[in-house]
Write a protein that binds this ligand. Sequence first.
Ligand code: 13P
Length: 285
Amino acid sequence: MSIVTNTELLDRAKNGHYAVPAFNTCNLEYMQAIVFAAEELKSPVIISAAKSEVDYMNGHVFVALVKAMTADLHIPVGIHLDHGPTHEETVRCLHYGFKSVMYDGSSHSLEENIAVTREVVKVAHACGVHVEGEVGVIGQAANGPEGKQNDMIGIADPKECEAFVKETGIDSLAAAIGNAHGIYKKKPELRFDILEEIERRTNIPLVLHGGTGIPEEDLRKAITMGVCKINFSTVMRKGCLETLVDTLNKNVGDWDLMKQMTPAREKMKEIAKQHIIMCMSDHKA
Ligand code: 13P
């Protein structure tokens, strides 16, 4: 099948009671691992890039690769900008052909976040592109003081989420509920009470960031409460680099690049498959 918007992917997920996994990626092998895993498990999938990853690959190359790699497959695939930092950087991805963009104005005041997100929505919707917004601050797990990871995480206010959705016209919402990016120092304590209230007040597809390290039972509970997209990044990069170091150490002096890269790609595929199953999106394509 083909490239679709996150609106189509998330509506189907909401009705089908699963979440679409969104994997960040920044190179060919990484993207292949995600696509091979999704195809093998017949799962819809979102291939994401944050600004640094778009810059690393070049936005045109990123979109062209996703399209070429999935052209003959029978799974729906999204192409998404993760955490667009400014209006300009976010809108630039429409030019590259992204089918979904996130503008992350969560470090600004609610008023400013609303004002910029609304402008992004205007332009993106004119191009048929889905927009994800963020309320609360989904920080970096590692930035909290030792044993206190949640100090850096700003829990979203459900009333602010409601106002944000109404005033911006966004299509999906990433709200901070105790989740964070990176490796959690201890088991994350997701605020399911807050999630429930956000879902009740907004009634749009919800997105859970910081998927690495959230226990499967919590991911599944979040899905039953309206989460339709779950982002994973660190777990894939960690698996890739650990395997690569191991392979290089075992084969010192072997300059066969494909042979050295293959185990890392296989490891990423295995991790992607595990997370697809956690999201319950397998066999939903
Ligand atoms: P992790 O790196 O914690 O998996 O988070 C990914 C993410 O939320 C990308 O937006």
